[in-house]
Design a protein around this ligand. Structure first.
Ligand code: DOR
Length: 469
């Protein structure tokens, strides 16, 4: 039976002065940490972390929010390289506040937001506005990604130095590919001057004109025009040559093909400065999900075939693909509950990473350490952010999951304004229960306030009360 999750149970302070997580399995591959510990957080900072690190006074203090960590896992908060928050312009799909709430509920401490807003984030003014709006919200931190070209038209470069000064951590025309080799070369050269990554949406638009899904047997059966793998591979190949020639940092967004993986692996072995990300849906779904004209499975790049999934999983496991990124792409029923050709591509993802991907850890496809690395240190390093860490002295930026709880992801349980995902109304094992960012209890499931460890005998009514709003 699914349990409703609330932002913060009534009576629980949003900014507790002291938080103690008692007896949780803490895992942080950056620190070589995998142990059952207590974590004491005072005024937003980790002050003690270790086996039985919390004093009995702290465990029973009236001032402290004591959280039972028994059978729960604590990780550094996640970092997402790729989300679409739709503000400015399409706030009916998602706005910065709803996007940040969804991010916190998904375990994310940092989210990078793509530039295909309206207006497009191709100027300092839009970047500054996004940063300012996110600051007033608090919780998960938003890092804008500026456009590579003005209006994402692929012609004139943006003023990247301005975008960076205003807070952009990378540049991308995501949703559209920079088709011109000259423009891409200049973009890489410009971004290299301050070592900012250029993030490419790899799609040769000539080869994908009219495409609704992956080109293959399923597309033929459905009578839909297909997007061939080579449309992605050809851009990756060209860009890798340009990255080599310019020495710039090049990042491949949402890799989906076996061929792109092969090219990236080879480029890395030759020292080219390339990084790559993969989405949960490209790791878990094939083009067969589109059967029945499932518009919720229409996404760019499209869902591929079993052999691509196999290649993506292996590449994520061996580090060829550096990071997991959600490509959280909210769309309303207006854009999704319609015929395939009119449907907008994309699906939401911020709140689904743990439920959907934990299976890969449990079945041994991915080690827990690699899973966490791909969601924390690795993406943070790509956009030059300081990665959240579980270590004494660090700002508390952590997420706690219950790896075993059975639940159903329903539209009502999602914070995002949009519900466009095929992963909805399914049963999962494992979910995020807490996201703590500094002093901000950015997300807490009601179940967090139920104590199971016999050491925690105090019954502070503030933390046992449930609110099932
Ligand atoms: O499916 C997608 N949706 N892929 C993209 O690259 C863009 C995104 C969107 O903005 O909706």
């Amino acid at each position: 039976m699914a349990e409703r999750i609330t932002e913060s149970s009534s009576g629980v302070p949003k900014h507790p002065e002291v938080v103690v997580i008692a007896g949780a399995r803490a895992v942080d591959p950056q620190r070589g940490l995998d142990a059952i510990v207590d974590i004491v957080i005072e005024r937003g900072k980790i002050t003690r972390l270790g086996p039985n690190a919390a004093s009995s006074e702290q465990l029973t203090s009236e001032r402290a929010l004591v959280i039972d960590g028994m059978n729960r896992w604590v990780f550094p908060a996640f970092v997402d390289l790729h989300a679409h928050f739709r503000e400015p312009g399409h706030e009916y799909k998602e706005d910065i506040s709803s996007g940040l709430r969804a991010a916190a509920a998904g375990g994310f401490g940092h989210v990078c937001c793509m530039a295909n807003t309206r207006p497009i984030n191709d100027t300092r003014a839009v970047t500054e506005m996004m940063v300012a709006r996110a600051r007033t919200h608090g919780g998960t931190r938003l890092h804008p990604i500026g456009a590579i070209t003005m209006g994402q038209r692929g012609e004139e470069l943006t003023e990247m130095a301005d975008l960076r000064d205003a807070g952009a951590v990378g540049v991308s025309d995501d949703g559209v590919c920079v088709m011109s080799s000259v423009v891409m070369r200049r973009a890489l050269e410009y971004a290299r001057t301050f070592d900012m990554p250029v993030i490419q949406h790899c799609e040769d638009h000539g080869l994908t004109a009219g495409a609704q899904m992956h080109e293959g047997a399923v597309a033929t059966k459905l009578g839909l025009r297909g997007w061939p793998r080579v449309a992605e591979d050809i851009i990756v190949a060209r860009d890798l040559l340009l990255a080599e020639a310019t020495g710039a940092r090049y990042h491949v967004a949402h890799v989906s093909t076996e061929g792109a993986v092969r090219l990236i692996r080879e480029a890395k072995s030759r020292g080219i400065r390339v990084t790559a990300e993969v989405t949960p849906h490209h790791l878990m779904l094939t083009d067969e999900s589109v059967i029945g004209y499932q518009t919720y499975c229409k996404v760019n790049p499209p869902l591929r075939e079993a052999r691509d999934i196999e290649a993506l999983r292996l590449a994520l496991a061996d580090g060829t693909i550096d990071a997991i990124a959600t490509d959280h792409a909210p769309h309303s029923p207006l854009e999704k509950d319609c015929e395939m050709e009119s449907a907008s591509p994309g699906m939401i993802g911020l709140e689904l990473v743990v439920p959907v991907l934990l299976e890969l850890v449990k079945n041994g496809t991915l080690s827990l350490a690699r899973f966490i690395d791909a969601l924390t240190r690795s993406p943070a390093s790509i956009v030059s952010l300081e990665a959240p860490q579980l270590v004494e002295g660090a700002r508390a930026e952590l997420t706690m999951i219950d790896p075993d709880v059975e639940h159903i992801v329903s539209p009502l349980s999602l914070r995002s304004k949009s519900k466009n995902t095929p992963f909805i109304d399914r049963a999962y094992r494992g979910r995020v229960e807490l996201t703590l960012l500094g002093e901000d209890l950015a997300f807490a499931a009601a179940s967090v306030f139920t104590k199971r460890d016999p050491r925690l005998t105090t019954r502070d009514p503030r933390f046992t009360k449930r609110d099932n709003r």
